[in-house]
Design a protein around this ligand. Structure first.
Ligand code: ADP
Ligand code: MG
Length: 480
């Protein structure tokens, strides 16, 4: 007997409902891999702690992934810093040259002038000589612009890549990260490369005093305003942190007195496989398509350069499985880098209606239904939540280490933060703060936004460096 129309209709509705329920379940299952439990986050914190010890230890340092690089910055500013300084900021989205005028006294002031210069991709991935010639060319232009070519200014070089330092003014590049890949630089002292570039140009002279990591610049800038600031964090293109460690724990540097700032280079956390149990197939896909496969695995899970790529890889997979965009993978979706992290910020904004999410996707060339836009938003918020949480788990490990170093039951500390992901994403900072609080309950952590850490901070470090140098010269003169 043929089924009646209504029975057939009901069966079809049921079938569709089943299919939708199954689809929802499968999407949820995919995203569940990104949702970490408190136990898992505590495990991330614990592993970070292990890697910190490895980086600091004499016998474990060479094979350690989190390098814990000494910076030779031994104190935060004390307000007596004074003078005119030049600063360079290389390693972020923009290359900048700055003139920073610091005035001490009753009314402390910092006045800054800066100019942004483009670094063409062929220079970013060309030879080292081309890169440094380009940098020196930009400095030359800036000095003309400021009318300061004849002064031999002290310079702080913010160079935000892992460097082995043996002093404040020498840094041997361990390896390029982010978008850079110039030849003949890895294993070389970047301060020497800069000095050689200045010599080749024969137009002006500078006194290169310090090579500075952006995390350290950020910490110093905040410490200038708030003396309890002893940690620096970057959540921008990349992810990294630094903090004041006890000299006695830094086995790679002579001496046991006082403290020194350590550039953790924590982006490389997980490069020995210790995070592989929480990495997903999408994290692996992003890694395989990157300039530095196998490297910076933690950074690739939590920084601006990669979050959009993780999202894009999930969207491709969901589309392949027929859950999105009517199963059609458009050319746009195949394009690496198309899903920038700023789109995540827009899509996740609470003020945005779904229709506006669709408009953003439309701009990206993605023709979406209303259901699609709900799923895309869910994917974005899942990926950025995990980023904020694992970043928070790492930070919880750091502040608890500082607390234990000082034998305290309770620690009050300030973290200076810079980076557009932290500043502009609608939820990242809140979830990050929450996670640190939950995972390090014995620490009261205050967060301070850094105002141009890599410019002002470099100048402050240069000022502190000049003071250190003057003191050392005086001591030497007295002994002689
Ligand atoms: P850098 O880390 O390169 O010094 P920024 O801190 O400005 O510079 O970070 C730039 C990165 O921030 C970009 O590469 C991008 O990944 C991310 N970003 C840019 N705009 C936004 C935004 N609106 N929301 C979240 N992340 C953003
Ligand atoms: Mg920066």
């Amino acid at each position: 007997m043929p089924a009646s129309g209504s029975a057939k209709g009901a069966a079809m509705v049921t079938a569709v409902a089943y299919r939708l329920a199954d689809q929802t379940r499968q999407i949820a299952q995919t995203l569940a891999e990104f949702r970490l439990s408190k136990a898992q986050l505590l495990e991330v914190k614990k592993r970070m702690r292990t890697e910190i010890e490895n980086g600091l230890g004499k016998n474990t340092h060479d094979s350690a992934t989190v390098k814990m690089l000494p910076t030779y910055v031994r104190s935060t500013p004390d307000g007596t810093e004074n003078g005119d300084f030049l600063a360079l900021d290389l390693g972020g989205t923009n290359f900048r040259v700055l003139l920073v005028k610091i005035r001490s006294g009753k009314r402390r002031t910092v006045e800054m002038h800066n100019k942004i210069y483009a670094i063409p991709i062929e220079v970013m991935q060309g030879t080292g000589e081309e890169l440094f010639d380009h940098i020196v060319h930009c400095i030359s232009d800036f000095l003309d612009y400021m009318g300061m070519k004849s002064a031999r200014l002290p310079l702080g070089f913010t160079f935000s890549f892992p460097c082995h330092q043996k002093s404040l003014d020498a840094g041997i590049l361990v390896n390029w990260t982010k978008g850079f890949k110039c030849t003949d630089c890895e294993g070389e002292d970047v301060v020497e490369l800069l000095r050689e570039g200045i010599k080749r140009k024969e137009e002006f002279d500078l006194d290169v005093v310090a090579v500075v990591n952006d995390t350290v610049g950020t910490m110093m800038t905040c410490a200038y305003e708030e003396p309890t600031c002893e940690v620096g964090l970057i959540a921008g293109t990349g992810s990294n942190a630094c903090y004041m460690e006890e000299m006695r724990n830094i086995e790679t540097v002579e001496g046991n007195e006082g403290r020194m700032c350590v550039n953790m280079e924590w982006g490389a956390f997980g490069d020995n496989g210790c995070l592989d149990d929480i990495r997903t197939q999408y994290d692996r896909a992003v890694d395989e398509n990157s300039l530095n496969e196998g490297k910076q695995r933690y950074e690739k899970m939590c920084s601006g350069m990669y979050l959009g790529e993780i999202v894009r890889n999930i969207l491709i997979d969901l589309t392949k499985r027929g859950f999105l965009f009517r199963g059609k993978i458009s050319e746009t979706l195949k394009t690496r880098g198309i899903f920038e992290t700023k789109f995540l910020s827009q899509i996740e904004s609470d003020r945005l209606a779904l229709l506006q999410v669709r408009a953003i996707l439309q701009q990206l060339g993605l023709d979406s239904t209303c259901d699609d836009s709900i799923i895309v938003k869910e994917v974005c918020s899942t990926v950025s939540r995990r980023a904020a949480q694992i970043c928070g788990a790492g930070m919880a490990g750091v502040v608890d280490k500082i607390r234990e170093n000082r034998g305290l039951d309770h620690l009050d500390v300030t973290v200076g933060v810079d980076g557009t992901l932290y500043k502009l994403h609608p939820h990242f900072s809140r979830i990050f703060h929450q996670t640190v609080k939950e995972l390090a309950p014995k620490c009261n952590v205050n967060f301070l936004l850094s105002e141009d850490g890599s410019g002002k901070g470099a100048a402050l470090i240069t000022a502190v460096g000049c003071r250190q140098r003057a003191q050392e010269a005086q001591q030497a003169a007295q002994q002689a």
